[in-house]
Ligand binder design. Structure first.
Ligand SMILES: O=P(O)(O)OC[C@H]1O[C@H](O[C@H]2O[C@H](CO)[C@@H](O)[C@H](O)[C@H]2O)[C@H](O)[C@@H](O)[C@@H]1O
Length: 351
């Protein structure tokens, strides 16, 4: 790291203008870039991508993906290593379905998969810790084409306002949380890097100069890809950023490239990279750590970052969606999740 900093210091680039970011500007100094690239390769012990070859191809070219990939040795291996870095202790397996509606027989006999009836589930909740840590996108709100479209419904807002035991734990920015959720709702934002209680934010991961530098670099890289990928977008947060590609068709290879590039930088600069639903995110927070800290009675989520919460939970875990998960239970969609929360709140209030 010291060597890399020294190399950066040898240039005329000011400290706020990171060298790696500079590479993405028009007037690149290829020699400097090569030195930096070699350093990154050395740090990550893995062959780096050939950016010059990469640049020769247009995103509109049919050959682009294959050619660009063939110029990058070991990319698949690296992507696998990136995913293997995740701590895996609980296995990913099918979860038990929570049955919200009565079947004809009044119980689960017509359901072929493992299931638990609502009444039984409510008892389980009543006997434990009442706090609920809920993810937002994909859990309390349907996924939408564009991030700004997923505005909370009045049903969700009224649930949250009435029941302070429900705490939001989202990847959204503090700004978006302030815009969408009333001040009385307790929220963890930016994947647990920021916390708002009684309308006041406390910065769990204090933002310092180095983090500002990493954000500039990350935004440069994401914008590099955005400019070349029609319909993609970049979402800036206080201490992170997200590259969205929901409306881009199949660009998995491009995403792999960007993921690898960001991961290498993350290893040096100290940020995390995660892949979610049609999004690549750079973050400082960890939802798992929030679960360790507050030990909620129920954790609810739908995405990969939520698997981190399920992994850390000692209590009830529920996933929206039927894919293999570390959660114990699952519900089919966000509508079912909201209904379950309403039912749980009603029954605990009627005690
Ligand atoms: O932790 P979450 O509350 O689940 O937030 C995760 C990310 O969600 C948002 O992106 C996702 O939802 C969008 C709106 O439905 C959708 O267009 C996008 O494809 C999804 O990835 C949000 O924009 C990110 O900032 C959150 O980190």
């Amino acid at each position: 790291m010291a060597e890399l900093m020294e190399l950066m210091a040898q240039t005329n680039i000011s400290s706020s203008e990171n060298l790696l970011a500079h590479k993405y500007h028009e007037h690149d100094d290829m020699e400097i870039y090569k030195n930096i690239k070699d350093k990154i390769t050395e740090f990550t012990d893995e062959s780096s991508m050939d950016r010059e070859a990469f640049n020769e191809f247009s995103y509109n070219s049919d050959d682009f993906y294959n050619e660009a990939l063939s110029s990058i040795k070991g990319i698949d291996k690296h992507v696998m290593e990136c995913s293997n870095n995740k701590r895996i202790t609980k296995p990913m397996s099918p979860a038990t379905k929570i049955v919200l509606v009565k079947t004809d027989e009044g119980h689960s006999t017509t359901i072929s998969e493992p299931s638990i009836m609502l009444a039984e589930f409510k008892k389980k909740y009543k006997n434990g810790n009442k706090s609920i840590l809920a993810d937002y996108d994909g859990t309390l709100a349907e996924l939408e084409k564009k991030p700004d479209m997923a505005i909370p419904t009045s049903r969700v807002l009224s649930l949250l306002k009435k029941h302070p035991e429900i705490i939001i734990c989202t990847g959204r920015s503090c700004e978006k949380v302030d815009e969408w959720f009333p001040m009385e709702v307790e929220c963890y934002a930016e994947h647990g890097a920021m916390h708002r209680k009684d309308g006041i934010w406390d910065d769990i991961k204090a933002i310092d100069k180095q983090q500002e530098d990493f954000k500039t670099t990350v935004l440069d890289i994401m914008n590099y890809y955005r400019k070349r990928t029609p319909n993609s977008s970049v979402e800036e947060k206080s201490c992170g950023a997200a590259f969205h590609y929901r409306q881009c068709g199949n660009i998995d290879k491009i995403i792999q490239l960007m993921y690898c590039e960001l991961s290498k930088l993350g290893a040096i600069m100290g940020f995390m990279v995660s892949a979610g639903k049609k999004v690549v995110e750079v973050k400082l927070g960890s939802k798992g750590k929030i679960v360790d800290k507050i030990n909620p009675g129920v954790v609810a989520g739908d995405d990969l970052t939520d698997e981190d919460m399920f992994e850390h939970s000692r209590n009830i875990t529920i996933k929206v969606g039927k894919d293999d998960t570390k959660a114990d239970y699952y519900l089919q969609n966000t509508g079912e999740m909201i209904t379950l929360l309403e039912e749980l709140m009603d029954s605990s209030n009627s005690e």
